[in-house]
Structure formats: structure tokens, C-alpha cells
Design a protein around this ligand. Sequence first.
Ligand code: TXE
Length: 503
Amino acid sequence: MLDRTTQLKSYQTYIDGRWTDAASGKTFQTFDPYTGQPWALLPECDKVDVDIAVEAAFRGFENGPWPKTTASARGKIMRRIAQLIEQHAEHLGQVEVRDNGKLISEMVAQTKYMPEWFYYYGGLADKIQGAVVAVDRPDHFNYILREPVGVCAFITPWNSPLMLTTWKLAPALAAGCTVVIKPSEYTSASLLEFMKLVIAESGLPPGVVNVVTGYGAVAGEPLVAHPKVAKVAFTGGSATGARVNELAAKTFKKVSLELGGKSPNIVFDDCIIDDAVSGAVSGIFAATGQTCIAGSRLLLQETIHDQFVEKLVGMAKTAKLGDPALTETQVGPVTTPPQYQKILSYIDIARGEGAKCVLGGGAAQKEEGGGQYFIKPTIFTGVSNRMRIAQEEVFGPVLSVIKFKDEDEAIEIANDIAYGLGAGVWTQSLKRAHTMARRIKAGTVWINTYRAVSFMMPFGGYKASGLGRENGVEAIEGYLQSKSVWINNGPGGGNPFVMKTAS
Ligand code: TXE
């Protein structure tokens, strides 16, 4: 049972293997979105703390035990991290329920699955291999080293704080990098618990993983801009992502960005209807719609439109709103007050654009299971793809239903968007499934399923949904760089004013 003690808990942050307050001594409150009440105080870090944390990570990368740790030993530490997560999964999940309003059922699934990232990348650590190249010169021995990029800055969001940190941390540690993490100011508590229960107990040397809690502009910007940071891995909104990319470009940092989406969930009339209805509900109402992969545009073939909408509304209206700490709850609160306002404003925008609200359409009151930051699962039909409600990310439980005639029109609508993160396709035709998978411009295409993720499958966006990939073997590449080594075992000489090419 979740302990909702009213006394404010005080956290310190974790820099260079030590627990510390912000240098300024300032703190800020974090809120329980279910009760709307503050429940903990966090250090409000700024540039001074960022400098201390980056210097610690830099020392950790250049000197000390971490650079001397073999890849196999890194793998062992990562397996220990996985075991510690298993040990503390329940507590970590409960903190996230308190701080974020995530459902306990979702957190049980997430914290149970998170160790797999550390097992997988821990296993990959000692399989990072360079190459010997039979270069086109006599008497040469050439090889390629694969080296860690250096200090990495992670800027993480509030919607799945621990899971999205894990996607970055596991490959970064496997590669041999050191890290400074700036979690979202709305949901930093679970990361600090993770540092205490997992990282501090894992055997990682001081300075390898550091945290600066605080606001984006005050702690995030100096971290992204810091000259000793070599790579920035960001998950968040597209506007902030663009700002982070711009800042990072000034010092030529490597960047990966996992941004927003407006993913099409496309239902053909040859699908198994009940599966597709469940997939549509899961796509938009799971996690209260606060996921980058939300299937927020439901594209329905016109032949099944009315029948499908009826079934969809029938299932969605049974969704149980309430306390996220209860296992029977299916839709929890919106995590942040600005996000709550944003969702309500998009409901007004949709109405103003002439879309028809067939379910929900506003805040959920106490007697409906709601409370301060609850929005009713909302469905709009009669949406045209050019409307703002179809083009802009709402990040809440608001679905736009759009009709299409055939495959070509479905593709045209699906791809007519700035984003390209995910897409769903519901069909029993194998040919159609493969054709759609090829023609949709998105980083992930789910056929007859939705919102499935794995540590083994690359994840990331086409177009405005981001740069780079997380998860899978590919993700480790983002934390490595190649060094080409040339050894001449033969005679020197030749014309010193001419480039040495194969003559
Ligand atoms: O995110 P921000 P916000 C989308 C979603 C949502 C919108 C805004 O549409 O409505 O973004 O959400 C840090 N320099 N997503 O405002 O600002 C910030 O402190 C450096 C999609 O909450 O992107 C936090 O740690 N850092 C998404 C992180 O950026 C800065 C998840 C993300 O916050 C910064 C969340 C700055 N100038 C929102 N400004 C997804 N892809 O899953 C802020 N930050």
C-alpha cells in the first residue's frame, strides 16, 4: 500500500559518490498529482552544481578506477545493478506512483522489466570490438579502436522517469562513459531513490553517475552547454529538443533526441475488430495518454468506421479512473498542472475546429473517479488530418478519429505529419502488413499490436520525432566513437609534400 505520509520528505542529490544539497542551499517542492499536495523537497541545482557534477564525471572518465575497469568487469557491475533493481522494484515503482501519478500496475510491469536493460547491455560491454583492416599499403598494420565518447549529459522527462533513464544509462555504462543526469523537475524522486538503493550499492566508482536536480533553464541549459560534456541524450518535447540541439551544436556535441509524436493507429476492415479496439484503447488511454508513442490519430477504414467507433466508445467508457496506487485503476491523473491545462485547451481547440466529441470532453469530477488533475478519456470523430487536433501533440487521453478509403489514402494521411515516432496497423493480410510497414515513415511500426517495447528493438524517431536510436545493439553506438590507428612497419620517406595515398 502506498504511504501518503503528509510530512515533507527531504532529498539530497548525488554527485561524485556523495549526498549533497544544492550549493545555493535552495530547494523546490515536488507534488503528488493524485492529491495535488507537495510531498518532498529537492535540491534546486544551478550552474555551480552542474560544474561540480561535470568535473566529477570528467575526472571519473579520465582518471581513477573507471577507465581502468575492463569491459568484462563493467558487465559484472551492470548485472549487479540489474539485481539491485529486482530487489527494490516495488519501492521504486511506488515512488514513481507518488511523484508522477503513474498507475501501480504499469509501474510493477516497468520496474520488473527494467533489469533486462542492464543484463542485456552488461552482456554487450565485452563484445564491443574494433577491427583489423587489411589496408591498401604494404608493411602497414591498421586497426580501429572503439572508445567511449566521454561525459554524457542526460536530460530526462516526467512521463516514465526511471524507464527512460534506463534506456540511456545502460548503453552508456556498457560503453564506458560517465554520466550526469538532469531529471524532470516534476519527477526527480524516483531517480534519487534509484541512486541510493541501486547505483550507490552497485560498486560503480564515484563520479561515474551523478545527478543534478532542478529546472530546465537553470540546471539543464548549463549542463547541455558545458564544454566537458561530449554527448547529450535528451527525451522530452520537440521545442525543448530543438533548443537542446542548438545549444549542443555550439560545442559540437553528439546528440540523441527522443521527441514527441502524433502516431497513426491504422485499422483496416480485414482486421480482428476486437483486437484492434483493444489496441486503439491501449494506444491512447494507457498511461493517461502521456506517452510519446500514443496512437493519438486513429485512422479507420470507412467501411467499418461506425461499427468500430461504437465498440471503441463502449470499451473506453468503462475505463476506471482513480487512485493510481490501486491496482484496479486504469486511468490516473495528468502528471503536471501545465500539462493538464494544455490537454483541456486542445479539447477546446478540437471543438472549435468542428470535430465531434463522442466521449468525455473535459475534466473528470470527483464522483467520476477524478480529482484535481483528471481528464475523462476523450474521443473526437469527424477529424480531418489538417486540423490542429490531428497535427499537434496533445500528450493526454484525447483521440482523433480520421476516416480513410484505401491503403493509399491511409498512407497519405499517416505520413502527412511533422512527426514519425510510431504507427500501428491492424490487418490480417500479410501482404498489406509488410507493404504498410515499408511505406509508413516512422521509427517503429506495430502490426496487430501497439505500445510494445523491448531492450532488443531500436527505438527512435523519423522526422521531427528525433535523432538517433535507443535500445538494441544500435544504441551502444551512440556512446562510442572510432579511432583509426596506422602503424607503418616498412620504410618511411616519400614526398613529404604529397598526401600518402595508395599509389
Ligand atoms: O517537456 P520538456 P515539458 C512533450 C509533450 C508535452 C511537452 C512539454 O507534448 O506536452 O513535451 O512537456 C528539461 N535546456 N513531451 O515542458 O520541456 C526539463 O527540465 C535543457 C514529450 O514537461 O521537453 C525536463 O528535464 N533542458 C516527451 C526535460 O527537459 C531543459 C516527454 C523535458 O522537458 C530545458 C515529455 C532547457 N532549456 C514531454 N527546458 C516524450 N518524448 O516522451 C526544459 N528542459
